[in-house]
Design a protein around this ligand. Structure first.
Ligand SMILES: O=C(O)CCC(=O)C(=O)O
Ligand SMILES: [Fe+2]
Length: 321
């Protein structure tokens, strides 16, 4: 198992929009994206103190009594608390052993998209019992979205496009923040119990901060599971299914899973950085010869809603009692 199978890439030149360094940084991202679909980023500009504050504040949220957390139970817009049992990857036997709190781009009810009832868009839900949750999570989210834009600049350059190729489709992104809590896993739960069962991410890019516990595993090129060890002050970035399609299959949306065998609780926090609801993902945009496209164009919003409907218990149609 190669230790450097998942490379660490310093994206400072992309954060600074430095044309000389940006192309080489983008080329390193492209190499990792085509081979394994995962890389770490350093030099991302997200202050370590913001991530620490997110973890400590989220831990206080998860420690609240169930009835407090239930006041912000996940709603149809996919904002709020998802308790244990609420997320189950397709085709797996058991629900993931985790709980999470999910939020996204904050939009008022009178925003034209929200007023039109566009799925997944709208205001967030914040718990009255923990007013500091909102600034801790939202400040971190905005910094991570900015880092996500820097990553997109590198990927755009690596694909022979202008640095800002992805800026427009990722305007008003369906980016979701998720603070995740994995309880200690009892050893007698058997081999089928995962923190997160093997899956690919649905969208554009995922940027993930993890605490020092470890447990994230990535399919290696030799088909072994490779540990994505925690590296301080980095984010793990991975390619999602939409970016796989957009690049006509060149970038790899790689299966990964979480197994928390530490005997302790584990925390992670992700931004699932997906294009805007109305963005069209069309591989012809990134091909020299459009006739080579393997996938028809798809609308981002429809795709993401379709995936959510399968993965989350709360979206299942009510069964008549
Ligand atoms: O917590 C982690 O390390 C990864 C979580 C993950 O893969 C996901 O939520 O999609
Ligand atoms: Fe994932």
């Amino acid at each position: 198992m190669a230790v450097d199978e998942i490379p660490v890439i310093d994206i400072a030149p992309l954060v600074a929009r430095d044309p000389a360094g940006a192309a080489a940084t983008g080329a390193a991202m492209r190499e990792a994206s085509e081979r394994i679909g995962f890389f770490y980023i350093a030099g991302h500009g997200v202050p370590a103190a913001l991530t620490q504050n997110l973890f400590s504040t989220a831990a206080r949220f998860f420690a609240l009594p169930e009835e407090e957390k239930a006041t912000v139970k996940v709603n149809k817009r996919h904002r709020g608390w998802i308790g244990h049992g609420g997320a189950k990857m397709y085709g797996t036997a058991k629900a993931d052993l985790k709980e999470s709190f999910v939020w996204g781009l904050e939009l008022p009810e009178d925003d034209p998209d929200v007023a039109a009832g566009t799925p997944l868009m709208g205001p967030n839900q914040w718990p009255a019992a923990l007013p500091e949750l909102r600034p801790a999570l939202y400040g971190w989210y905005e910094a991570v979205v900015a880092a996500g834009h820097a990553v997109l600049r590198g990927l755009a350059l690596s694909l022979g496009r202008d640095m800002d190729f992805f800026a427009k489709p990722f305007e008003r992104p369906l980016a979701r923040g998720s603070a995740i809590w994995y309880p200690p896993q009892p050893p007698d739960l058997g081999r089928e119990q995962f923190g997160v069962a093997p899956h690919t991410d649905y969208g554009g890019l995922t940027l993930l901060a993890q605490d020092m516990t470890g447990g994230l595993q990535v399919k290696g090129t030799d088909r072994e599971w490779v540990m994505a060890h925690p590296i301080p002050d980095t984010f793990v970035v991975n390619i999602g299914d939409l970016m796989h399609r957009w690049t006509n299959g060149r970038f790899h949306s790689n299966p990964h899973r979480v197994v928390n065998t530490s005997g302790k609780a584990r925390q992670s926090a992700a931004v699932f950085f997906d294009p805007g609801f109305h963005a069209v993902v069309d591989p012809r945009d990134l091909l020299e010869d459009p006739a080579q496209a393997k996938y028809p164009p798809i609308a981002c919003g429809e795709w993401v809603v379709g995936k959510f409907d399968k993965a989350f218990q709360y979206r299942a149609p009510a069964t008549p009692s």
